[in-house]
Design a protein around this ligand. Structure first.
Ligand SMILES: C[S@@+](CC[C@H](N)C(=O)[O-])C[C@H]1O[C@@H](n2cnc3c(N)ncnc32)[C@H](O)[C@@H]1O
Length: 272
């Protein structure tokens, strides 16, 4: 493989930051270096070929390969559980009061599906089996193809259920022979997984969303990019819709377009 010298690293750093919002540490870990090496070996033209392909020819597949190498996909079920309590105790009753039977929820930067399934489990906990009478579902998007694949498969370690309320875990997760658990097919069918880069212009959505979770991803973005993403998310909300951001993230730009409900929860005006 071509040696990863300072010039290459700088170009890589600039590219990842501009195209994916990913900030890489000054020195690459052995794990990342190994993955880069494996990828470059299959890539004709080495580094310069790769940079031309991504920067000039806008080869999305090559960018996706790089995203797979650098993303941090750490997540778990019911992470920051107060958001799911808020969904169940405030947002869903509000949508029910307004006789909303079509529910559009987006887990943006969903990683491997734990967030999307936690949303779904909260909805099922609230609606009971009536949930399946609604025109509802969750869109889960990310830039990590492995993470999206894991969400589609719905197989998790038994340990990962520790934050899932017991009655929901028992009903919706089935143990398999390998000692892992697989989420019930009925729930898997309720989540649509798509590759979507938050930094790019959003695709035209059929209808606006009632709730968007976009958590623990923008903390890696620079201020200007974070603000641009929050603006796009706000525009993707229905009037009266809710945006939920990670608790450790700077969500202040959201105040430009939405009303703060708490430090990490925002609502679009019902007039907007
Ligand atoms: C730390 S995980 C957070 C997962 C989940 N939202 C949570 O709070 O547990 C961050 C996720 O953001 C994704 N990500 C990073 N940059 C992204 C971008 N530009 N567009 C979309 N997703 C991105 C990563 O692939 C990763 O799965």
């Amino acid at each position: 493989m071509d040696y990863v010298n300072e010039i290459i690293l700088e170009r890589l750093r600039t590219l990842l930051k501009a195209r994916l919002g990913i900030i890489i540490s000054p020195s690459l870990s052995p794990r990342v270096l190994r993955k880069l090496q494996d990828y470059l070996e299959q890539w004709p033209g080495g580094w310069s070929g790769l940079f031309i392909e991504i920067d000039e020819k806008r080869n999305d597949l090559a960018l996706k390969h790089l995203a797979d190498i650098f993303v941090i996909t750490h997540t778990y079920f019911f992470r920051e559980h107060t958001h799911f309590d808020f969904l169940k105790n405030v947002i869903l009753p509000d949508l029910q009061d307004s006789r909303q039977t079509e529910l559009r929820i987006w887990s943006a930067a969903s990683s491997s599906g734990e967030e999307a399934y936690s949303i779904l489990l909260s909805m099922i906990d609230f609606y009971g089996d009536e949930y399946f009478q609604l025109d509802a579902g969750v869109l889960a998007t990310d830039i990590s193809r492995q993470a999206l694949e894991k969400g589609v498969t719905g197989v998790y370690s038994a340990d990962s259920l520790k934050n899932v309320p017991k009655q929901l875990a028992e009903r919706w997760f089935n143990p398999d022979e390998e000692g892992t658990v697989i989420i019930d097919e009925r729930l898997r069918n309720e989540v649509t997984y798509r590759w979507l880069n938050l930094v790019d212009p959003f695709p035209p959505f059929r209808r606006p969303f009632h709730v968007i979770f976009c958590r623990n991803v923008m903390l890696y973005f620079e201020e200007e990019m974070r603000s641009a993403v929050i603006e796009k998310l706000s525009r993707s909300l229905a009037s009266g819709g809710w945006l939920i951001i990670g608790q450790a993230e700077d969500s202040r730009p959201a105040r430009n377009w939405l009303q703060p409900v708490s430090g990490s929860i925002y609502r679009k005006s019902t007039l907007g």
